[in-house]
Design a protein around this ligand. Structure first.
Ligand code: AMP
Ligand code: MG
Length: 473
């Protein structure tokens, strides 16, 4: 028995989901099982089989459901989305006491599939596996990847591609769009039931407050602000921050067209479907705030007598929480452990110089911390086309007394660079999983020197640069 299921979401009212069996696939085959994660969340990895991970066999205790949600996609309202290609098998409670969803993504059509085939490509699944596990190793809140199986079936996207299923683990799959679903239907009882469920599951401290829903909203807003700040500090661009892809738990969810930027530019966008740059690196706080405003609106009917004032109060927490995490985090990246106006100015100035100089974001901090250790900044300056500007900045920064150990702790050496992921996907589509395994191993220790994997530190060569990423949906 791989899972000791206890399914709290399936105990919610029937209108919250549809009972839905995965659609069996022709030839399931295990690509990867995350044994370390299995131990952490209380799953017996040895009894996981390809048949279970593909949805061909339903494990004991599972109650497969597709959950209902709505959402704003690129600002446009969609009253019904829902799990169109994912099925929640059930929930497990880990040895750490944390409850987690076990979800199959790519497991076939559901009543929410609309025109989709309910499937996922191997490429998209491997991207999610690598990037979500890299995020976890970097220390950011994220959904996790427990396993990958191929289905033995080809699915149609731009051409035919191998199909695969990801077993995704999340503290829950409840999204801003889940609340919006009930709000749009004027189902105030549904809103209250969902809020109670979320409080019990993710924000138990809010239960003690005079207004528990307000306290929950406050906590969600703060977690979301901190999350986006932390994305930005590692150069992560989510790419599709729709309200249905914004997890109430504060975990990063839905690794579609996401990417880490190489060269620093605040307006960087990768997603092929984000033509207006709505979800560019530097727009992410504003968009997360907008998502929180949608959540506050959706909670209106259960937020108390003066819902507008409660909502305003909660949303006002976003900007300070974001700024503090962002500037403190950025200060740590340059080796300084404070958050003052002076430091914020120094950081802002640096961002401008980095952008003008077309400098690799990750390598810059790597060279900078090496400079602190050796006292030589030639490698840093050599990165810039605007050498004079960075030289002046370095002189100013020098007066703050940077701490090299702090810098090494917070600046990753290895990030899931886009060109490496593309390399993995191309090889995997040709049956070669070696590059996937290797990249996965490297990304498991992003802050440690790995001399044998030094080439994975490098920025892409001009011909390797990936211009756009695709959802693969
Ligand atoms: P996403 O852009 O991946 O967040 O997905 C948005 C919506 O489309 C969600 O309701 C998904 O379940 C649904 N969806 C995405 N891909 C597929 C697919 N291949 N088949 C069915 N539904 C899908
Ligand atoms: Mg989604």
């Amino acid at each position: 028995m791989p899972f000791n299921f206890d399914n709290s979401y399936a105990r919610l009212p029937k209108r919250f989901y549809s009972n839905q069996q995965p659609t069996p696939v022709s030839a399931p085959s295990v690509v990867k099982i995350n044994h370390r994660l299995a131990v952490q969340i209380g799953v017996d990895a040895d009894s996981l089989s390809a048949a279970i991970l593909a949805g061909n066999m339903i494990p004991v205790g599972a109650e497969p459901i597709a959950t209902a949600y709505a959402g704003h996609q690129f600002g446009g309202w969609n009253p019904q989305l829902g799990d169109g290609r994912a099925i929640l098998l059930g929930e497990v409670v880990g040895p750490d006491g944390v409850r987690r969803d076990i979800q199959l993504k790519g497991s076939g059509q559901t009543m929410f599939s609309r025109n989709g085939d309910g499937r996922a490509t191997l490429g998209a699944v491997l991207r999610e596996y690598l990037v979500s596990e890299a995020m976890a190793a970097l220390g950011l809140p994220t959904t996790r990847a427990l396993a990958v199986v191929t289905t033995g079936e080809q699915i149609m996207r731009d051409g035919y591609e191998p199909g695969a299923i990801l077993t995704r683990v999340a503290q829950s799959h409840i999204r801003v769009g889940t609340f919006q679903f009930y709000y749009a239907r004027k189902d105030h009882e549904g809103l209250q039931v969902l809020a109670d469920h979320v409080i019990a599951r993710h924000y138990s401290e809010a239960a003690e407050a005079d207004n528990p829903v307000r306290a929950m909203l406050d906590a969600i807003v703060v977690r979301q602000a901190e999350l986006v700040a932390r994305w930005m500090l590692v150069g992560f661009i989510h790419g599709v921050m729709n309200t249905d892809n914004s997890a109430i738990s504060g975990e990063t969810i839905d690794y579609g067209p996401c990417a880490f930027m190489d060269v620093f530019h605040p307006e960087t966008v990768f997603s092929s479907i984000d033509r207006q740059g709505r979800y560019a690196w530097n727009n992410q706080p504003e968009m997360a705030h907008w998502n929180m405003a949608q959540l506050a609106q959706a909670l209106g009917p259960v937020l108390g007598e003066d819902a507008d004032i409660e909502a305003e109060g909660a949303l006002a927490l976003f900007a300070p929480a974001f700024s503090e995490t962002f500037y403190r985090g950025f200060a740590a990246k340059i080796g300084v452990d404070t958050d003052t106006a002076e430091l914020r100015e120094l950081v802002t100035e640096l961002m401008g110089i980095l952008a003008q100089g077309s400098v690799d974001f990750t390598l810059f901090f790597r060279h900078l911390s090496a400079g602190v250790r050796t006292g030589v900044f030639a490698d840093v300056k050599a990165m810039f086309t605007n050498v004079e500007q960075i030289t002046a900045w370095l002189a100013k920064w020098d007066t703050f007394g940077a701490d090299a150990a702090l810098m090494q702790k917070v600046n990753p050496i290895f990030i899931p660079r886009n060109h490496r992921i593309e390399e993995v996907i191309t090889a995997a589509n040709n049956g070669d999983l070696e590059p996937f395994e290797r990249l996965h191993t490297v990304l498991g220790h992003p802050y440690d020197e790995q001399p044998e994997n030094a080439e994975y530190e490098n920025a892409p060569k001009p011909e390797e640069i990936v211009q756009a990423t695709f959802c693969g949906t």
